[in-house]
Design a protein around this ligand. Structure first.
Ligand code: ADP
Ligand code: MG
Length: 597
């Protein structure tokens, strides 16, 4: 085939693929346009997760009649005009391709009016072609309706996930913008149901309460504004001086050490109020929490970095979610320090002095009468756990072999417990150290798995139903999943206003850990292809929040009982997450170590 320039129709479709990945991408571009247009009120409506309809309305400046058609042409923008402007972008949009991209893969109707005009203009664009344009009554502002997304790109349509998954992406996205712009009012209707509404009073905390729910918001601590005061505007520092010491201001909220999640999705990053993704900044936040929250867990944090627009390049990717800092080290350090200081100052941890958190006396005595397999024991404090993790890291892995997977567990004689975490036992060939939490997880896992296969998971009805405040991004999912959760022993019903009522939980589960377990299950479902709960990983989450913890004293009897139960499992050597339940120091290794051989 000879080389030829592609027809604009095809070129637009190709380019659209980069900007419009899913319904949430459309919502993102339309919200950014509304914010750039100076709107104070933005409402978003979706039907069928945005596949059928996405509608974004604003009370911004509107588009003059003569320019409406141009707004849909590729590379047409009112936000920059010269190459120079590209070096310090202060608007969210600037590439002039969002509307063109959206219109290339959907059917768009735009109704827009500038306040000085008597009427508005309505424009209909299908597959990138303007099919109708006429004068129409309208309020000042802009209303964009996007119908049948990907109707002309079947390949993309196939990649769409379930309605509830797409909805939750939209809600998460709007939540991010609501967090970045607390002075704007956002309202989201999903299939006619109000799922998020922010007051627009300028208070970030108020938005966080709406987005994450009061339970989480109350555990968030404001990050003190850091960095030197901004330079007076009449004497702008030379670019060299700025490059050497850019003013980086870090603001936002950081979770107390007690608040941590299994997924990174509770870290929200913004640069000059643009919602971004950046591995290195995420890492800076996680570094700030090192040894404060358990390993493998992620903090909850909302962090905005403000710096001179010239210090950051936002023109890295068509979706504008990646940025490049001129001075990444400085930004990294500023974020890490600000978060670390906030967490330590406001929520001090006293690692060594903390004893195990003791369960209330009533609960404790109730637990004593329950067999070990069903027993909940007190939780170890985060500080303790962090210290232990650190100590383990310092000591390093001992030179002992892990037990081969295929073997049956030999008869073991319990000798005692070390650090309230490991059971020490003697077997026919040497010494065994058993991680009590991992071992109990394995036992409960197989027990629950059998119950689940038999469709007879035993469930405990809570004397007093628990109300849980769900983050907005999880609300729709819970409804979609409540039937599946019922198969695992949960009875959860939506309770309105973002809370849900938990009436029953799996019999093994520790009630104090229900909220966290449910949150982890919903996060996992959100990331799965069809918002389905995978059986194995669901069981793993449940047992993780059911098993006895490290840091709990076990009597000789209890330890023995645990080992007996472990002997009866099919895969005694690993926990359901694949970590070892025990390490083995063989007689031969002992003898070698003592120079007897
Ligand atoms: P960009 O935002 O990068 O400029 P878009 O394709 O998103 O490109 O929009 C093109 C132009 O249409 C914008 O520059 C702006 O002038 C106008 N526009 C789009 N949406 C709105 C809106 N909601 N209110 C006012 N003007 C808008
Ligand atoms: Mg735009």
């Amino acid at each position: 085939m000879p080389i030829q320039v592609l027809a604009p129709q095809i070129a637009n479709k190709i380019a659209a693929g980069e900007v419009v990945e899913r319904p949430a991408s459309v919502v993102k571009e339309l919200i950014e346009n509304a914010i750039d247009a100076g709107a104070t009120d933005i409402h978003i409506e979706t039907r069928q997760g945005g596949r059928r309809l996405i509608r974004v309305g604003d009370n911004g400046c509107g588009i003059p009649p003569a320019e409406v058609g141009l707004a849909f042409a590729r590379h047409s923008t009112s936000k920059i005009s010269s190459e120079d402007d590209l070096a310090h972008i202060t608007t969210l949009g600037f590439r002039g391709e969002a509307l063109a991209s959206i219109a290339a893969v959907s059917q768009v109707t735009m109704l827009t009016r500038v306040a000085s005009e008597a009427a508005g203009i309505q424009l209909r664009v299908e597959g990138g072609e303007i099919v109708r344009q006429d004068s129409h009554a309208a309020n000042p502002g802009t209303l964009v309706s996007v119908e049948n997304l990907f109707y002309n790109t079947p390949a993309r349509l196939k990649f769409m996930r379930s309605e509830s998954t797409e909805s939750s992406h939209v809600i998460r996205l709007v939540s991010a913008y609501a967090i970045a712009f607390p002075e704007l009012r956002f309202r989201v209707l999903d299939n006619g149901r109000l799922v998020l509404q922010t007051p627009g009073n300028g208070s970030l905390y108020d938005v966080l309460v709406k987005v994450y729910g009061l339970d989480i918001a109350q555990q968030l601590v404001e990050i003190e504004a850091q960095g030197p005061p901004s330079a007076p505007t009449d004497t702008p520092p030379s670019s060299e001086v700025r490059a050497a010491s850019p003013e980086v201001h870090v603001t936002g909220y950081a979770g107390a050490p007690s608040l941590h999640r299994s997924k990174r999705s509770y870290e929200m990053l913004f640069v000059n109020r643009r919602w971004i993704q950046d591995r290195s900044i995420s890492y800076a936040i996680e570094e700030a929490y090192r040894t404060i929250i358990p390993m493998g867990r992620y903090p909850v944090a909302v962090v905005n970095i403000s710096l001179q627009p010239s210090e950051v390049d936002v023109n890295v990717h068509p979706t504008k979610r990646e940025v490049r800092f001129r001075n990444p080290r400085v930004v990294f350090t500023a974020v890490q320090r600000a978060v670390r200081r906030t967490v330590l100052d406001q929520a001090p941890v006293a690692p060594m002095s903390h004893g195990p958190t003791v369960v209330g006396a009533a609960e404790w005595s109730r637990q004593q009468s329950v067999p070990l397999g069903r027993r909940a024991l007190p939780h170890r404090s985060i500080g303790q756990m962090a210290m232990e993790i650190q100590r383990t890291a310092e000591i390093g892995t001992p030179d002992v072999s892990r037990v081969p997977m295929s073997e049956q567990l030999p008869m073991l004689r319990v000798l005692g417990q070390i650090r309230q975490t490991y059971i020490i036992a003697e077997g026919p060939d040497g010494l065994y150290l058993i991680d009590q939490h991992a071992a109990h997880e394995r036992i409960l896992f197989e027990q629950l798995q059998a119950e689940q296969t038999a469709m007879a998971v035993s469930s405990q009805t809570l004397l007093e139903p628990l109300t849980i405040d769900l983050p907005t991004q999880q609300r729709g999912l819970l409804e979609a999943l409540s039937e599946q959760l019922a198969a695992f022993g949960f009875d959860i019903a939506p309770f309105g206003g973002g809370t849900c009522l938990v009436r029953a939980i799996p019999a093994t589960m520790i009630s104090a850990q229900v909220a966290e377990a449910i949150s982890e299950l919903l996060d996992a479902a959100r990331e799965s292809r069809d918002a389905n709960l995978a059986v194995e990983s669901t069981l793993a989450v449940i047992v993780c929040h059911s098993a006895i913890r490290a840091g709990q004293t076990l009597s000789q009897d209890e330890a023995r009982q645990l080992i007996r139960q472990l002997e009866n499992t099919k895969a005694p050597y690993t926990c359901p997450h694949g970590r070892p339940t025990m390490i083995h120091l063989s007689s031969a290794q002992l003898e070698k170590s003592f120079g007897r051989r």
